[in-house]
Design a protein around this ligand. Structure first.
Ligand code: AMP
Ligand code: MN
Ligand code: MN
Ligand code: MN
Length: 290
């Protein structure tokens, strides 16, 4: 039985496990085809590949690019990419370069709300200091008793209108998709359900405009089954996939034991009628019989 998990994080970005430990956990949970998709960074792929080879599972080279589309922060997952493609390497470097300054501003904003000393706390959780981000602040805010768990951190802090929120300009949608496609990979909209909740969320019309822009740029896929989606959202985004002729992806978005909605490999099958995203790269490697 094949078990695809095409979205997860290691300590190279904001996951808590090393690439090796992540692959080992995936193996134990029956994953046969794993994509490591660290935020704006491909530095964990080599280690993950070595672990995958030694355990006999397939590793798909991935990344999750932070994008600003209109006033929305969205994430675009790249799959089957070439991490050495120069435009991708340069692009990702530029996207992650502002994180240090942003973290300082986040700490200042939290301090203004009476929550001091978060910067050093956040960096303690950042396995890779260059990738310091909201998940690292979130872990410290839980540790220091400001919130009971990660979910409540993000309802109290660091989102639009809340203490610790710092607006940030990430990559453009066009650039992100072009880097991924140029490297030989496919571009996939990550966790679309998340863009339709909370302050400044997308309504249905805006979601359709987003999907249309994405497809026009060369985007080919959407996460239909993902860790943060409900059963209703599987059906909802399967419909959007059909409407915009996108392939469907599935990924846990696992960040660490005890932290994520779903563990590695613990996802239901894609709804009937969805075109699996992996056919886009697997068919290219298959010699068709005539
Ligand atoms: P950043 O890239 O610094 O903006 O941080 C984004 C990361 O914060 C995401 O990739 C998640 O790891 C985490 N995050 C954002 N929103 C939530 C949420 N509602 N619940 C749990 N983690 C979240
Ligand atoms: Mn994350
Ligand atoms: Mn994401
Ligand atoms: Mn993710």
């Amino acid at each position: 039985m094949l078990n695809y998990d095409l979205h997860c994080h290691s300590s190279v970005s904001d996951g808590t496990l090393s690439p090796t430990a992540l692959v080992e956990r995936a193996v134990l949970r029956g994953v046969t085809n794993l994509a490591l998709t660290d935020h704006d960074n491909t530095a964990g792929l080599e280690e993950a590949r070595a672990a995958a080879v030694s355990h006999g599972i397939k590793l798909i080279n991935g990344v999750e690019i932070s994008v600003t589309w209109r006033s929305h922060s969205v994430h675009i997952v790249g799959l089957n990419i070439d991490p050495a493609y120069p435009k991708l390497v340069e692009g990702l470097y530029a996207v992650r370069s502002g994180r240090g300054k942003r973290a300082e501003k986040m700490a200042d904003s939290l301090a203004m709300a009476g929550i001091g000393d978060t910067l050093a706390g956040a960096y303690r959780y950042a396995g890779n200091p260059a990738m310091v981000g909201r998940a690292h602040f979130a872990r410290y805010l839980v540790e220091s008793g400001r919130s009971k768990d990660l979910k409540s951190v993000f309802s109290q802090f660091m989102t639009k209108g809340k203490p610790g929120y710092v607006p940030h300009l990430w990559a453009s949608l066009e650039d992100a998709v072009a880097w991924l496609r140029g490297s030989g990979g496919v571009a996939v909209i990550a966790h679309p359900g998340r863009y339709m909740v909370g302050r400044n969320s997308m309504g249905k019309k805006t979601m359709q405009e987003f999907l249309s822009d994405f497809a026009t740029c060369g985007g080919q896929g959407i996460e239909v089954v993902c860790g943060s989606h409900t059963l209703e959202q599987y059906a909802e985004f399967a419909r959007y996939a059909g409407e915009f002729n996108l392939s469907s992806s599935c990924g846990s978005d696992f960040h660490g034991p005890g932290e994520s909605y779903r563990d590695l490999g613990r996802l239901p099958d894609l709804p009937l009628g969805c075109k699996p995203i992996w056919e886009l790269w697997e068919s290219a490697n298959t010699v068709k019989e005539v």
